[in-house]
Design a protein around this ligand. Structure first.
Ligand SMILES: Cc1cc2nc3c(=O)[nH]c(=O)nc-3n(C[C@H](O)[C@H](O)[C@H](O)COP(=O)(O)OP(=O)(O)OC[C@H]3O[C@@H](n4cnc5c(N)ncnc54)[C@H](O)[C@@H]3O)c2cc1C
Length: 381
């Protein structure tokens, strides 16, 4: 993957690749995938290394990296650490939780929630999706009703990353159903131990098995605090998604790059029909196609990251372009790469089948292809 980066980014990539490799215990990934759980110590170590706060200012415990350098670091994380469920779990908190807290949290909320989250001391899960509203998230049923100085929440969230291990939730709820997404959506911090909170899960799933997914039922639950102004949460959610789409595109591109390296090695070491695979036209064409994908995908991710750093008005569109391109083409490419290794790629012990299952989730989370297409096409009308 290094060849696809410019000189400045290469040293950042190498540093984070080495750091992630040292932390991730590669030997246990197959076992952890089967058990559908990751080692919490590794999770804490990745957070302690700064991966969930690269983009935050140092006053909040962050590393002050630009979005561009954060993308490079996550590319390295994806390429280096084979436990994709673990890195996704870290990334989910880094962008869908830490970004809203950084942008909308006052000093008290930052001290109580953001800094402990950055240090890996607490887990906060971001919850917008419900069983009956995913791509059409603004059809959600969860409400927050003001009662004196408090807000009382009712509703149910599902498919929530980190829910079973969460200490707190960032819950999106309507404070004004009539206004809907335009001025009616608000965000709240909720204690997982608060009366009326029922945490569901972990839910078993096809890929990213080591990341814990669950749900949360809320029955007359008193929120700890509202995050941001009442009715401001649509913008907040969109900002979180711009970061998540941009940086997790880099994380997932790292997975593709790692699979490609395995397949290239397979081509070097295996012959069919009396000739090394990597000397055969079909195999060479696939490798060229893969390199072309890496170059194009990295261009699009860089565009999105530069927009985040310098041209924020363009970042919503660019993030969706990057996410859509990486998810859609990356999924097809990993399948082709897996096919190119025959049964080797089908065996759990070689990791490619796991990478495929894990990558497939990226076509759904951070907004499905349907959502990305809707965003992208809205800019051409
Ligand atoms: C690994 C993983 C992690 C996740 N983590 C989180 C998390 O941490 N927090 C969170 O809140 N959510 C999370 N999600 C949920 C995720 O955001 C949703 O799954 C995603 O938005 C898609 O929604 P959906 O699953 O309901 O499917 P949809 O995309 O809604 O698709 C279901 C069906 O409805 C159709 N459809 C969708 N919209 C429309 C429409 N407007 N009109 C007509 N047909 C339509 C689709 O074509 C499809 O046939 C996660 C999901 C996954 C897979």
């Amino acid at each position: 993957m290094l060849n696809h980066l410019n000189h400045n980014h290469q040293s950042t990539y190498k540093a984070y690749h080495k750091l992630a490799a040292e932390i991730c215990s590669e030997a246990d990934v197959m076992k952890e995938d089967k058990a559908a759980v990751y080692n919490r110590e590794t999770f804490r170590a990745i957070n302690a290394a700064g991966f969930n706060a690269l983009h935050l200012p140092d006053s909040l415990g962050g590393r002050k990296l630009s979005a561009m350098d954060t993308a490079v670091a996550y590319l390295a994380l994806g390429a280096s650490c084979q436990n994709n469920g673990l890195t996704f779990s870290v990334g989910a908190q880094a962008f869908s939780v830490n970004v809203p807290l950084m942008k909308y949290g006052n000093d008290a909320l930052c001290n109580q929630f953001l800094i402990p989250s950055v240090k890996g001391k607490i887990v906060i899960a971001s919850a917008i999706t419900e069983k009956e509203s995913g791509s059409d998230a603004y059809n959600m049923k969860t409400t927050a009703v003001k009662s004196g100085n408090d807000y009382i929440l009712n509703g149910s969230k599902y498919y929530i990353t980190n829910a079973p291990i969460a200490d707190y939730f960032l819950i999106y709820a309507f404070t004004d159903v009539q206004k809907g997404s335009i001025g009616g959506l608000s965000a709240f911090l909720v204690d997982a131990k608060e009366k009326g909170v029922e945490v569901l899960g972990p839910i078993d799933k096809m890929g990213l098995r080591t990341a814990q997914m669950g749900g949360v039922n809320l029955t007359n639950v008193k929120a700890i605090a509202r995050l941001g102004e009442e009715g401001s949460a649509t913008a907040m959610f969109n900002e979180a998604m711009i970061w998540e789409r941009t940086i997790l595109s880099a994380l997932n591109l790292g997975i593709v790059a790692r699979v490609l390296e395995k397949v290239k090695k397979f081509g070097e070491e295996n012959s069919r029909g009396g000739k090394k695979l990597n000397e055969q036209l079909e195999f060479i064409t696939l490798i060229n196609h893969s390199n072309s994908f890496l170059t194009q995908a990295w261009e699009k991710i860089s565009d999105a990251a530069i927009a985040l750093d310098q041209f924020p008005k363009q970042s919503f569109l660019k993030a969706s372009i990057a996410k859509s391109f990486v998810a859609d083409n990356g999924e097809k490419l990993i399948r082709s790469l897996q096919q190119a290794t025959g049964a080797f790629g089908y065996l759990s012990e070689n990791g490619i089948e796991r990478d495929y299952r894990d990558f497939l989730a990226f076509t759904i989370y951070s907004g499905s292809q349907y959502v990305q297409n809707k965003i992208i096409s809205s800019f051409s009308q």
